[in-house]
Design a protein around this ligand. Structure first.
Ligand SMILES: Cc1cc2nc3c(=O)[nH]c(=O)nc-3n(C[C@H](O)[C@H](O)[C@H](O)COP(=O)(O)OP(=O)(O)OC[C@H]3O[C@@H](n4cnc5c(N)ncnc54)[C@H](O)[C@@H]3O)c2cc1C
Length: 339
């Protein structure tokens, strides 16, 4: 029987969301093909994580060693190649994250399995070959990628492409594997530096007013900050805003920033690159303002406003000030009556 591998990504004793998302899709495909769904976890002292995976897969392969405690592409690649050479999994899913970007292509070369990166969906053709759905031209076009026949296929999966898998009814068999001979890695893990909460913690905010490169310069930020204050919200941003030093890193949303879960996310002048969208998958309502009607952010927006962000910010501020004034005057009148 065929097998589907999901390579488990974890950090600081926690399984990353991308793993549960890949398990969701792998579950669907494995059921369709009647294949075994296998989660592969590499690390050290990972018993709790293994227990978390067992109800979500038919099998959990565990490769444990002190040297494998932190992700190291050279070492992880050696372990995975050894495993794939032996098991020949039909599909191997890896997150399209810093892990997957490092090990996906080299695993493909080493195993000879064809690779599709940054996949948004996976379908199975009649001849049981996978088809990967990818985006092209900054998300403006979707493409179907088919593969030459092979014993196995490797796909890196975009974070946020699938919903996370809920605790399933599997009772995954736990299989501990010997660690193969590991090379002396040219790079070593030094330390993990968190983006830090900074003065504000955007991951806890209920209302986020988020700015992108469309804001044009640092000076224009003050108008957006005023709007955020009037709304009782917190300001967040896309990566270019941080790269240009317009806002500190702890305001950044996305794969290399923070994942947020605000009830309302107002995106101003943000195009909607997948690295950004991956950070807002748990947001309630997305309101996007962009002057480009084809901006990819509109695909995930609940409300799409095709307009100049500066006009929208000015008119929202005006309306909020008026309603605040009316509220203050009404309260004042109320107090006078009470007196
Ligand atoms: C490894 C890696 C990790 C990354 N991590 C992140 C991450 O964590 N977070 C992140 O955000 N990005 C991340 N990126 C960058 C990401 O790929 C995009 O480049 C980035 O998200 C684009 O930011 P943006 O939407 O602000 O800018 P742009 O893509 O330049 O979009 C600006 C948008 O503003 C609109 N606009 C311009 N002027 C106006 C106006 N006056 N009114 C209305 N709309 C206007 C434009 O139409 C455009 O859509 C990462 C990239 C890599 C390679």
């Amino acid at each position: 029987m065929g097998e589907i591998f999901v390579i488990v990504e974890h950090r600081k004793d926690e399984i990353r969301d991308i793993t549960f998302e890949m398990l969701w899709k792998a579950n669907e495909v494995s059921q369709k093909l009647s294949y075994t769904l296998t989660a592969v976890i590499i690390g050290s002292k990972i018993e709790t994580l293994v227990n978390e995976l067992a109800p979500r897969a038919d099998k959990v392969i565990v490769v444990e060693d002190e040297q494998l405690k932190e992700f190291n592409s050279e070492l992880y690649k050696t372990v995975l190649q050894d495993l794939m050479d032996e098991c020949h999994p039909f599909l191997t899913l890896i997150g399209h994250t810093s892990w997957g970007m490092e090990i996906g292509p080299s695993l493909s070369v080493k195993t000879g399995f064809p690779l599709a990166t940054d996949c948004l969906d996976i379908m199975i053709e009649d001849d049981d070959r996978p088809i990967a759905i990818r985006q092209m031209y900054s998300g403006k076009i979707y493409s179907k990628v088919s593969f030459r026949p092979s014993d196995g296929y490797i796909l890196t999966v975009r974070p946020g492409a699938f919903p996370p898998d809920r605790v399933g009814e599997h009772q995954g068999e736990i299989v501990k594997r010997e660690v193969p001979d590991l090379p002396e890695p040219p790079r070593h893990f030094v330390e993990f530096i968190d983006t830090g909460a900074g003065e504000v913690d955007i991951s806890q905010a209920e209302l986020l007013v988020s700015v992108g490169r469309g804001i044009e310069n640092k000076e224009n930020l003050s108008a957006v900050k005023e709007l955020a204050d009037l709304l009782g919200g917190v300001i967040s941003c896309s990566r270019p805003v941080v790269d240009k030093n317009w806002l500190p890193k702890y305001h950044q949303v996305g794969t290399s920033g923070k994942s947020v879960k605000a009830k309302v996310y107002l995106a101003l002048g943000i195009s909607g690159a997948f690295q950004h969208i991956a950070g807002i998958t748990r947001v309630g309502t997305v309101i996007a303002v962009n002057k480009d009607p084809n901006a990819p952010i509109f695909r995930v927006a609940d409300y799409a406003v095709v307009a100049d962000l500066f006009e929208i910010v000015a008119s929202l501020k005006e309306k909020l000030r008026v309603s605040q004034k009316v509220f203050c005057e009404t309260t004042e009148v109320g107090r006078m009556h009470d007196a």
